[in-house]
Design a protein around this ligand. Structure first.
Ligand SMILES: NC(=O)c1ccc[n+]([C@@H]2O[C@H](COP(=O)([O-])OP(=O)(O)OC[C@H]3O[C@@H](n4cnc5c(N)ncnc54)[C@H](OP(=O)(O)O)[C@@H]3O)[C@@H](O)[C@H]2O)c1
Length: 346
């Protein structure tokens, strides 16, 4: 397979100088691809990471260096401003900050700690280092905020737009990892599980490499600056049922669905919410149930504020890798790199 990364030169506002980009969240599903894309375009990239990173902290410092090769990898704690400045920025100048940070579990406290505060730290540290542009990986679902991680993201988005820096807020639709969860079960003969008839939600999934290209484009493309940028993958929006049908088609099997009632959440959520009042340790469990309902009932598409309906046509497409390509690849090569970690509970 040819390299998925573009081979474009990095433009420079100061002749003779390569733009310096500081990346936080570099070890995430999208962050890794963003780092590789920036490196391939010739930017001078510094990746800031934890000593143990990745899903379930399973990646060692050495592996992280290998995965992010071509960039300078520095270790420290993005939640701690001193560490960010001392171990990450190190008194150097940067032109751009890119954040692909997000809470690994979507819990209430962790979302505010990472999606808001750690990202805010990166903005403040970048500003100190002379950066004039901040590229934020956000999520399309913040347009209808019902969940704590969405509120944390929105608070940061607002502060970013008021920061005085150029900003690019990228709001992608669904990632392939989020709709790959049933591949192995279906291959082994189980039905594809959908809520309702599988037509409650739709999305335009986008691959890691395509999204990384879009994020990197933000640095040089003025039409992607000081803008909120919803973005999906190529082709038409695809419902949950169509995702299942495609999988059965590629496996050469007769489609078989299990229909779950969305109303089950209307029992689970109030019970967990009440129990969380008595036992605060259950607050995250109640939030995970709300997250579960949200993803089973809301489309990852642009919301038309006038109609209150999701609009597939208004959701921009970018890139080349389709869900068909993705399913075809994982059926041959397996699901490595598509692990959800703590997110798998919803
Ligand atoms: N899943 C979807 O379908 C979807 C769709 C649209 C938008 N999004 C959004 O896309 C963004 C990126 O998602 P992703 O799947 O690439 O995220 P991810 O794989 O979960 O990566 C999260 C990144 O944040 C870092 N991080 C988390 N907690 C940290 C902590 N306490 N200290 C330091 N670093 C920490 C992680 O570092 P470690 O490796 O050290 O843990 C990792 O680099 C998020 O804003 C998400 O909401 C997701």
């Amino acid at each position: 397979m040819s390299t998925p990364f573009s081979q474009e030169p990095a433009f420079s506002t100061n002749p003779g100088q390569t733009k310096r980009v500081f990346v936080v969240g570099a070890t995430g599903y999208i962050g890794k691809f963003v780092v590789r894309e920036l490196v391939a375009r010739g930017y001078d990239v510094v990746s800031f990471a934890r000593e143990r990173s990745g899903v379930d902290a399973s990646t060692s410092a050495e592996e992280t260096r290998r995965e992010l090769s071509g960039s300078t990898v520095r270790f420290g704690d993005v939640c701690d401003m001193d560490s960010l400045i001392r171990n990450g920025i190190r008194g150097e100048r940067f032109d751009v900050v890119v954040s692909c940070l997000t809470s690994r579990n979507g819990g209430i406290e962790d979302s505010w700690k990472i999606d808001y505060q750690a990202t805010r730290n990166a903005l403040d540290a970048g500003k100190e280092a002379g950066a004039n542009h901040f590229v934020l990986l956000s999520a399309i679902c913040v347009q209808k905020p019902r969940l704590e991680f969405q509120r944390a993201k929105l608070r940061f988005e607002k502060e970013l737009t008021e920061s005085g820096l150029l900003w690019s807020i990228v709001r992608p639709t669904a990632y392939f990892k989020s709709i790959a969860g049933q591949v192995e079960a279906v291959r082994s003969g189980k039905p594809y599980v959908v809520f309702g008839k599988g037509e409650l939600t739709a999305c335009k999934p986008i691959s890691e490499a395509d999204l990384a290209r879009f994020m990197a484009d933000c640095i040089e493309d003025p039409s992607k600056q000081n803008r909120i940028l919803p973005i999906g993958g190529p082709g038409k929006a695809i419902s949950a049922r169509q995702q299942g049908e495609l999988l059965f088609e590629l496996l050469g099997k007769e489609p078989k669905f299990k229909n779950m009632p969305i109303q089950m959440f209307d029992v689970i959520i109030p019970v967990l919410t009440l129990m969380a009042k008595l036992f605060p340790k259950l607050r995250d469990k109640a939030e995970f149930a709300r997250i579960g309902k949200y993803y089973c009932s809301e489309s990852m598409l642009v919301l038309n504020p006038a109609t209150g309906k999701y609009d597939p046509e208004a959701t921009p497409s970018y890139g080349t890798e389709t869900l068909r390509d993705f399913y075809g690849r994982v059926l041959k090569e397996g699901l490595a790199g598509q692990e959800l970690g703590a997110h798998s509970m919803f």
